[in-house]
Design a protein around this ligand. Structure first.
Ligand code: FES
Length: 578
C-alpha cells in the first residue's frame, strides 16, 4: 500500500496475500512479464477500452490507452487494459441503442469482478459514453472518463461540412433535384477525414460535453480534436489523475451529485446539445441513485440560452469550438451569469468553477456571449398532454420558430416500413401544414428506439421548397439532425400509449413554449380506440437478447435502462478460493 493511501486497496483482496490464492492470482498475471514488486501495494488501474475497427469513431483508442498507461505508471500505479463491448453508431444494426444496456452490463461486471482499484473509461461514439458510465456508476469506484475527441472539420469543395448534418441536408437537396448524385457522393470522403467522433454537436460531442460538465473528466475533454497532440496529453494526465483519485478515494458518487446533473442540463442547453442526452443522463443518474426527471430539464435548462454556434443548431464545427476556448469558456460564461452550480467537485479534486473561472474565449461568434446568444431559450422543451402523458421532447434550437406553435392534420405512418412506402406515393394526401406521425419506433417497438424521428419530408413537398414540417414519434433523433421534431413520446405506441390511437385526419396541437402536445379527440374516443387495439395487441417473442430487451427496457422518460439494472450495487465481490 502506498503511503498516501487512506484505505486498503481493493486489489489487495486478490494480490495482497501470501497464501495459495495470492500465489495463483499473481502467478497468472506474471505470464505477461509483470515483476513481483508491481503487486506490492500499487493501485491497479483498469483501462476500459471500447476500441474496435467496427466502431470507426473509437478506432484510435489503442494509442489513447497507451498514453493513459504512461500517466498511470508515472504516478505509481499499475495499468491493466481490458476490452468491453463497443457499440458504434455507424455500423451496428438495427441501432447502437439496442446494445447500450448490454454494454453497460459488460462494463459493470468487468469492473466488479476484477482486481481494479480505479478505472479509466475510454469513450467516444454516441452510446459508448453512457454505456460505460452507467456500468461504472453501478460499481462506484474512483472513475475518470477520457473521450476520444472529434474528427477534424469535414471539407468539401472549399466548404466546411459537418458529420451527419451534411448528409441530412444534401440528401434532401438530392431528393428535391437540387443536387446531383455525383455531388452528393463526392462529400463522402471529405466528411470523415481524420480519426475521431462526429465533428458536429451531435450525440457524441454532446455526451463528451456532459462528461466534462458533470466533472468526471479533466477540463477540455469535450472538444480537443482526436488527432491534436493535446488529446494525448489529456489522456496522459488522466492516467496520473486516476491514481490520485484512488489514493483520495474520490469515488463516482462524490462527483455525480444531483447538482452535477443540473449543471449538465444547463450545459446541454448552452451547447445546443442532443435530445439523446435526456435519455442517457437519466439512465446514468438512476445507476448512481440520483433522482432526475423530465421536469428538471424544464427547471434547470429551459431558460438557458444556446451560446455555442455549432451545427446542427448553428454554423461551426467541433474543431472551431476547441480553438474558441472549448467547454471551459462556455461554463465560465454560464457561471458569470449565475447559471451554474459552482460547488460541484470534479475528478481533479477542484470545483467545476475553480477549473473554469479564468477560462478564455477566443471567438465570440463560435461561443456567443450571454447577451448575444444563438437562441434565447435553448433548453430542451418537455411536452405533455393527452398524446404524451409521460412526456415527449423537442429541441428548439434545431426547430423552425414558426412551427413551435402549430395545429395540423395528422398523416400517420404505422411503422418505419409503412413510412418508407407511403412517403414516396405521389397521391399521398399531405401538405406543409400537416403533422407527420410515426408509430412503433420506441424502445420496444423498433426495438432499440431508432434515430428515425426526423423522418424525411415527402419528395413532392421538398420539390415545392418546403424545408420543415412538424413530425411526432416515439423514436429518437440523431444529434446531428434538425427540424421541428417531437421525439420520445411516452408511453410508446407498442405499449399502447395514446400515440397508437392516432389516425389519419386527426387534429394535433403542439405548443412547445407552453409544453403542450394534444390529440384533439375526446377522452371517450381515445379510450374506445385504445380498447379496440388492446384486443389484438401482441408483442412477438423473438428469443435471444431481443426478448430480454423487450421484456425489461423502460420507457424513454425513465432512461430506457433495464428495470433490473437500476441502482448502484457497489464494488464488493465475494472472495473466491481457487
Ligand atoms: Fe460515432 Fe457519430 S457515428 S460519433
Amino acid at each position: 500500500m502506498s503511503e498516501k493511501t487512506k484505505k486498503p486497496l481493493r486489489s489487495a483482496q486478490w494480490f495482497g496475500s501470501d497464501d495459495k490464492n495470492g500465489f495463483m492470482y499473481r502467478s497468472w498475471m506474471k505470464n505477461q512479464g509483470i515483476p513481483d514488486h508491481q503487486f506490492k501495494g500499487k493501485p491497479v488501474i483498469g483501462i476500459c477500452n471500447t476500441w474496435s475497427e467496427l466502431t470507426p469513431c473509437n478506432a484510435h483508442f489503442r494509442q489513447i490507452a497507451e498514453k493513459v498507461k504512461q500517466g498511470v505508471i508515472e504516478a505509481g500505479g499499475v495499468p491493466v487494459e481490458f476490452p468491453v463491448f463497443s457499440n458504434g453508431e455507424s455500423n451496428l444494426r438495427p441501432t447502437a441503442m439496442l446494445t447500450r444496456n448490454l454494454a453497460s452490463m459488460d462494463v459493470e461486471e468487468s469492473i466488479r469482478g476484477n482486481p481494479i482499484d480505479g478505472v479509466v473509461l475510454l469513450v467516444g461514439c454516441d452510446k459508448t459514453t453512457p454505456a460505460l458510465l452507467m456500468g461504472a456508476a453501478s460499481c462506484n469506484l474512483p472513475t475518470i472518463v477520457v473521450s476520444g475527441g472529434p474528427m477534424l472539420n469535414g471539407k468539401h469543395k472549399g466548404q466546411d461540412i459537418g458529420s451527419g448534418t451534411i448528409v441530412w441536408q444534401m440528401h434532401e437537396q438530392y431528393k428535391s433535384g437540387e443536387l446531383s448524385l455525383h455531388d452528393f457522393m463526392g462529400a463522402e470522403a471529405g466528411m470523415s477525414r481524420s480519426a475521431g467522433t462526429c465533428n458536429t454537436m451531435g450525440t457524441a460531442s454532446t455526451m463528451a460535453s456532459m462528461v466534462e460538465a458533470l466533472g468526471v473528466s479533466l477540463p477540455h475533454n469535450a472538444a480537443i480534436p482526436a488527432v491534436d497532440s493535446r488529446r494525448y496529453v489529456l489522456a496522459h494526465m488522466s492516467g496520473i489523475q486516476i491514481v490520485d483519485m484512488v489514493e483520495e478515494d474520490l469515488t463516482l458518487s462524490k462527483i455525480l451529485t444531483p447538482e452535477a446533473f443540473h449543471n449538465a442540463i444547463r450545459t446541454n442547453a448552452a451547447i445546443g446539445g442532443s435530445t439523446n442526452a435526456v435519455i442517457h443522463l437519466k439512465a446514468i443518474a438512476q445507476r448512481i441513485g440520483v433522482d432526475l426527471d423530465l421536469e428538471d430539464w424544464q427547471k434547470y435548462g429551459r431558460e438557458i440560452p444556446t451560446l455555442v454556434n455549432l451545427q446542427p443548431s448553428g454554423q461551426y464545427l467541433m474543431e472551431d469550438f476547441y480553438y474558441a476556448g472549448g467547454l471551459p469558456a462556455v461554463l465560465r460564461r454560464l457561471g458569470e451569469a449565475g447559471k451554474l452550480d459552482k460547488e460541484t467537485i470534479t475528478v481533479n479534486g477542484k470545483t467545476l468553477w475553480d477549473n473554469v473561472k479564468t477560462a478564455p474565449c477566443y471567438n465570440d461568434d463560435v461561443i456567443r456571449t450571454i447577451d448575444n446568444p444563438l437562441v434565447e431559450q435553448g433548453g430542451i422543451c418537455i411536452l405533455r398532454g393527452n398524446l404524451a402523458p409521460r412526456g415527449a421532447v423537442l429541441k428548439p434550437s434545431a426547430a423552425t420558430p414558426e412551427l413551435m406553435k402549430h395545429k395540423g392534420r395528422a398523416v400517420v405512418f404505422e411503422n418505419l416500413d409503412h413510412y418508407k412506402k407511403r412517403i414516396l406515393d405521389p397521391a399521398l394526401d399531405i401538405d406543409a401544414d400537416c403533422i407527420m406521425v410515426l408509430k412503433n419506433c420506441g424502445p420496444k417497438g423498433y426495438p432499440g428506439m431508432a434515430e428515425v424521428g426526423n423522418m424525411g419530408l415527402p419528395p413532392k413537398l421538398l420539390k415545392q421548397g418546403v424545408t420543415d414540417m412538424v413530425r411526432i414519434s416515439d423514436a429518437r433523433m440523431s444529434g446531428t439532425a434538425f427540424g421541428t421534431v417531437v421525439l420520445h413520446v411516452a408511453p410508446e405506441a407498442m405499449e399502447l400509449g395514446p400515440l397508437a390511437a392516432v389516425q389519419d385526419g386527426d387534429l394535433i396541437e403542439l405548443d412547445a413554449q407552453a409544453g403542450v402536445l394534444n390529440l384533439l379527440i375526446t377522452d371517450e374516443e381515445l379510450e374506445a380506440r385504445l380498447a379496440l387495439l388492446r384486443e389484438t395487441h401482441v408483442i412477438v417473442k423473438t428469443g435471444g437478447y431481443l426478448e430480454l430487451y423487450r421484456e425489461h427496457v423502460l420507457q424513454a422518460d425513465e432512461g430506457c435502462d433495464f428495470d433490473f439494472l437500476i441502482g448502484c450495487r457497489g464494488a464488493d465481490v465475494p472472495s473466491h478460493s481457487h
